[in-house]
Design a protein around this ligand. Structure first.
Ligand SMILES: [Zn+2]
Length: 436
């Protein structure tokens, strides 16, 4: 899936030069009471025998992350409370202080927001994968991505689905590769329908992965019936599509999941006493959350979501964004991807890149400015489980208003003893924004 290339924790010289030029221009007066959150997706882990009982981040040399703990305070934060998906969208919403019970809209609506789709009041947006099931829709789900299908082929398939199935009740929207959207229109539908996430359901018979109504309403029952019928017809259509002929993992099914209605977040600025926020990420779903919260999304060329990402470009964008925002949320996906691959060496390298090519240049450039720095993952991805877990993540925060504690290093086993204790809800965000 992911091609390993340009893997190095050495900084890109050109990129570094640009950061240094930007740093030289920094006027400390423009950087008062600012906040930078370093969000290392999926970094938290378990103590590993092969690392003599250390976790990956504890085993990598991370003096800048450690300096946040040493000069500030540590604690833990519960990002994935029970009853909600263990997904990055939910986790990052928690970090931003949005109660999942109150605001979690489902993956479909977040991605719709990210794509700029204006959902109507009665619309229900579903994330819609195109997948490969061996033996078709009566067979076994084999590949949630239909072989990481190319955009070109996928866009033709979705265009043809639109032609045949779009109606006043249904609209398909093309996305990227296997990731598309399906919107149902009308009061007769409900989003209260349970589903199976395709990437966690591979090698299971499709008949054992049914949609179920989550309440007794006639709308939920009708939605299940309607979706079953649409999946059957659209899948038969795809299975017979000429572009799926003689393909190893043909995109022969649609797989709608995580439905929900138009998100209605309280805007970040309104929630946090007028503070403004910018988000830098390669990942659509994180950008979608930012748009739901009406934060600014800063695009960076070459941000890939993997270890070949443009770290220096993201660092530079963060410095620039911090000039006219109170808070910059600097999200890095690569560590999560390496954790899902189960590759410890790559995970440690990705952590080292994050430290050397992002955290270090940003902290160096802002030395002497009034900036609160925070480091945390959105959730753990233990390397031996290769899946998200609900364990609270380690946090360290330093800044003018943070009372230092005795913790000297950043890591899972240190943070649990920190003075910030076990945080949840808005506690973390209010702390880092100095809104106690
Ligand atoms: Zn994540």
């Amino acid at each position: 899936m992911n091609v390993m290339k340009n893997i190095s924790d050495a900084a890109d010289a050109d990129g570094m030069k640009k950061i240094q030029e930007e740093a030289a221009k920094i006027n400390k007066n423009d950087y008062q009471n600012k906040t930078v959150i370093f969000l290392a997706d999926g970094m938290a882990d378990e103590p590993l025998q092969e690392l003599n009982g250390k976790t990956p981040v504890e085993a990598v040399d991370t003096p800048y992350l450690d300096s946040i703990a040493k000069n500030g305070a540590s604690g833990t934060f519960l990002t994935l409370p029970a009853g909600f998906p263990t997904s990055s969208d939910a986790a990052n919403m928690s970090v931003m202080g949005y109660s999942l019970a109150q605001f979690y809209p489902g993956r479909g609506p977040i991605e719709a927001e990210s794509q700029g789709i204006d959902l109507k009041e009665d619309d229900i947006a579903w994330r819609c994968n195109i997948v490969y099931a061996e033996g078709g829709r009566n067979g076994i789900l084999r590949d949630y991505s239909a072989g990481h299908i190319s955009n070109d082929i996928a866009n033709i398939l979705i265009a043809d689905l639109k032609k045949h199935f779009d109606s006043d009740k249904v609209t398909f929207y093309p996305g990227v590769s296997y990731r598309h959207l399906l919107v149902l229109h009308g009061k007769e539908f409900s989003s209260n329908v349970d589903y199976y996430k395709p990437d966690s359901s591979q090698d299971i018979a499709v008949k054992d992965l049914p949609y179920t109504a989550l309440d007794d309403s006639k709308e939920a029952a009708y939605t299940v019936e309607f979706i079953n019928d649409l999946v059957a017809k659209a899948s038969d259509f795809l299975a017979a599509h000429p572009l799926n002929k003689d393909v190893k993992s043909p995109a022969n099914m649609i797989w709608p999941w995580s439905p929900g209605k138009k998100p209605s977040f309280t805007a970040f600025t309104e929630k946090y006493a007028g503070k403004t926020g910018a988000v830098i990420s390669a990942v659509d779903v994180i950008k979608g959350i930012a748009k739901c919260a009406k934060m600014d999304v800063i695009e960076v060329d070459g941000a890939t979501g993997f270890t070949d990402t443009n770290y220096e470009g993201k660092a530079l964008a963060a410095l620039k964004a911090l000039k006219d925002h109170d808070m910059v949320y600097l999200h890095v996906e690569a560590i999560d991807e390496c954790s899902h691959l189960g590759d410890l060496k790559q995970k440690m390298l990705a952590i080292s890149q994050f430290e050397n090519r992002l955290v270090k240049p940003v902290m160096e450039a802002l030395k002497g400015c009034d900036v609160t720095f925070a480091i945390l993952p959105d959730h753990p991805v233990p390397i031996h489980e290769r899946a998200h877990t609900r364990t609270p993540v380690p946090v360290a925060v330093c800044g003018k208003n943070i009372q230092p504690d005795s913790i000297e290093k950043y890591g899972e086993s240190f943070a649990v003893n920190g003075s910030l204790g076990a945080m949840s809800g808005e506690e973390f965000m209010r702390l880092v924004l100095n809104l106690k």
